[in-house]
Design a protein around this ligand. Structure first.
Ligand SMILES: NC(=O)c1ccc[n+]([C@@H]2O[C@H](COP(=O)([O-])OP(=O)(O)OC[C@H]3O[C@@H](n4cnc5c(N)ncnc54)[C@H](OP(=O)(O)O)[C@@H]3O)[C@@H](O)[C@H]2O)c1
Length: 247
């Protein structure tokens, strides 16, 4: 395999929502700790070299909807990818197809985890945005012309940055595009015993009009009761869609 092993790791409410008012409850707080320890703790179950997030998730958690400070007169940047740090212990891989995120630093800290930022762009990103990333020392790869090419992205993460295991960390739009592309190997969900009933919050998987809603199938590997009544489920992908079948 030339691509990384990909596991999708998420915390949800009982109704499969990945954000909303329920996040402020004690139940979500305990489940959030379980979630963190499994993939980022001192002795984690999953050991990975990077985790991947969609543009909305990054804006909500790290760049806080800031505008990037662009120089529209920047000299043309060299074609292709930019590898600022080829050997970071951990990468934060940020899917930002058009180049919209207002980074201020090439590194970030998520609780106790430090990581180098690695932006994933498409041909839609401007020269000014790529010059902005170079100025900050933020690595980037181009994965696709108009649309994100997930397979190409994974190859580049392995070849250019040595990422052997990658956590797919949401949100729902990004998660579903990997499932649809058949490029997610394992699903790990920590379910908190709480829900808020919101119709507006994103769920674990979202097509958002980008991908099809053909069902995909999962095979349960383990189910464990964790702290505070949370439940940890691990599935492998049973790569068989029901498209075109009647059962
Ligand atoms: N509970 C958890 O474990 C957990 C984990 C992560 C996130 N979250 C929460 O989830 C919420 C965000 O989820 P979300 O589903 O709304 O958004 P998301 O997946 O974080 O971001 C969606 C955006 O990412 C880009 N993108 C993702 N997949 C793409 C694809 N296949 N092709 C092209 N572009 C793609 C697009 O950016 P552009 O719009 O720029 O084109 C798209 O609009 C946040 O509130 C976050 O805090 C929860």
């Amino acid at each position: 395999m030339t691509r990384p092993f990909v596991f999708c790791h998420m915390m949800t409410a009982l109704d499969g929502k990945i954000s909303g008012e329920y996040m402020r409850t004690p139940e979500a707080s305990v489940a959030g700790r379980v979630f963190y320890d499994l993939a980022f703790g001192d002795d984690p179950y999953y050991r990975h070299q990077g985790w991947l997030s969609g543009r909305v998730t990054t804006d909500d958690n790290f760049t806080h909807h800031r505008e990037p400070v662009l120089d529209e007169d920047a000299a043309p940047v060299p074609e292709g990818d930019f590898v600022a740090v080829p050997d970071s212990e951990k990468y934060y891989v940020s899917v930002d197809p058009s180049g919209r995120l207002g980074w201020e630093s090439p590194d970030l800290t998520y609780q106790t985890t430090h990581a180098h930022v690695l932006e994933v762009l498409t041909g839609k990103a401007s020269n000014a945005y790529k010059a902005f990333l170079r100025r900050l020392g933020i690595s980037y790869v181009i994965a696709g012309d108009d649309e994100l090419n997930v397979a190409l992205l994974l190859d580049k993460l392995r070849m250019l940055f040595g990422i052997r295991t990658l956590m797919l960390g949401g949100g729902g739009v990004l998660n579903w595009s990997f499932i649809q592309a058949g490029l997610c190997d394992e699903l790990s969900v920590v379910i908190a015993p709480v829900a808020d009933g919101s119709s507006d919050s994103p769920a674990l998987f979202e097509t958002a009009g980008r991908t099809s809603n053909d069902p995909h199938h999962f095979e349960l590997q383990t189910a464990e009761l964790k702290n505070g009544g949370s439940v940890w489920l691990r599935y492998t992908l049973n790569d068989r869609t029901t498209k075109g079948t009647s059962t």
